[in-house]
Design a protein around this ligand. Structure first.
Ligand SMILES: C[S@@+](CC[C@H](N)C(=O)[O-])C[C@H]1O[C@@H](n2cnc3c(N)ncnc32)[C@H](O)[C@@H]1O
Ligand code: SF4
Length: 339
């Protein structure tokens, strides 16, 4: 099965990293600016007054490299392509000989930008919550013309070669969708579309973060049997194509919640750090509370060595701790994002 360049690690690589106390991935966040208004956005909730500057961001990357990081993922805090220092940071990551993956809403990817991204070997995780214009636009704030811009961005990436596989059977393009009432019946089509077009599919539950905390979280979650049936169909499709994986869906008070990544083990705790736009350090997108500390008080290297998240990671069985638990209460601590 194909992987996304920079995001494909074998179990041996993951276990070795955990044993040796090394990181594999680092998620960073640039300026909190965005042209969309997604109702559940985990970052676009407030104006951050004390954002990291370019030098601080570069230092995080240097420290990450020292700790073994192979891939830096630019995950926000808004639309990364709108950040003033985006290209400078991409160049810096490349100078460090690290892989770079950028989350993007795709709407700003013109032919020229696609070409520049491709030349810089920037892998993309593009947002696609629906093939239907009306549904897609509902989840980006009903902005007129945005759907067409996203489609154009996707086309530009494909035209420039983003879905051509390399020798390691990796693509440069992933599509990411959140499970919503309006798109749950499209999930199978989304998955098959990605598989058939050499795009890496990412399907996830909405986390209880940012704007998603401003209304009843249950409103975003879909009934357990509906999620389970959609995931089962996807699982069967992959099995028929020679790729087997276990179902990891929690029944949370009648609602279906995906644990980890669909079709993959979650390897974040123990091999990944997220550093938010103001320097706070966390394991993953569960970015509530104080986390492990702030890089303005201690370096990332010191925070990692002192907090030792890899010791938790090594205790995980099957790489994702959550999958072995049936009782919601038992995983509450690890998944505050899915309260
Ligand atoms: C914060 S966005 C930043 C990058 C870019 N603006 C985008 O939307 O792709 C990074 C990823 O997080 C996803 N996301 C945003 N809010 C979320 C939430 N509450 N739960 C789960 N995923 C979320 C987005 O769909 C996107 O794939
Ligand atoms: S999810 Fe991405 S595109 Fe949507 S508002 Fe947040 S940062 Fe912007």
């Amino acid at each position: 099965m194909i992987g996304l360049k920079g995001n494909k690690f074998t179990k041996d690589e993951v276990y070795s990293a955990m044993k040796e106390g090394k990181l594999l991935t680092l998620h960073i966040f640039l300026e909190n600016v965005c042209n969309f208004k997604c109702p559940f956005c985990l970052t676009q909730t407030r104006t951050f007054t004390n954002e990291l500057n370019t030098e601080e961001t570069k230092q995080i990357i240097r420290d990450g490299k020292q700790l073994g990081v192979k891939t830096v993922l630019i995950a926000g805090a808004g639309e990364p392509l709108m950040a003033k220092n985006f290209w400078e940071i991409v160049s810096f990551i490349k100078e460090q000989n690290l892989n770079v993956i950028v989350f993007s809403n795709l709407s700003l990817i013109t032919h020229q930008i696609a070409e520049k991204l491709y030349k810089n070997e920037v892998a993309i995780i593009g947002k696609l919550n629906s093939f239907k214009k009306e549904t897609q636009e509902k989840y980006i704030g009903n902005l007129k013309g945005a759907y067409e811009k996203m489609q154009m961005g996707l086309k530009n990436l494909i035209d420039i070669g983003y879905t051509r596989l390399n020798n390691n059977h990796e693509t440069m393009l992933a599509l990411e969708t959140s499970i919503l009432h309006d798109n749950v019946h499209e999930l199978y089509d989304f998955w098959v579309y990605c598989r058939n077009h050499n795009m890496f599919p990412i399907v996830d539950t909405i986390y209880y973060q940012g704007k998603a905390t401003e209304s009843a979280y249950e409103d975003y979650l879909v009934d357990y049997p509906v999620v389970r049936d959609a995931v089962k169909r996807i699982n069967e499709f992959d099995r028929e194509n020679g790729y087997t994986w276990g179902l990891k869906i929690l029944n949370r008070k009648g609602k279906g919640v995906i644990i980890g990544e669909l079709g993959l083990d979650c390897i974040k705790i123990g091999t990944n750090l997220n550093v938010d736009v103001e320097g706070r350090v966390y394991d993953c997108f569960n970015m509530s509370g104080e986390g492990y500390g702030n890089i303005r008080e201690n370096s990332l290297v010191d925070i990692w060595r002192k907090s030792k998240p890899y010791c938790d990671g090594i205790a995980l069985h099957g790489l994702c701790k959550c999958r072995n638990y049936v009782d919601r209460e038992e995983i509450r601590k690890e998944l505050a994002c899915l309260i």
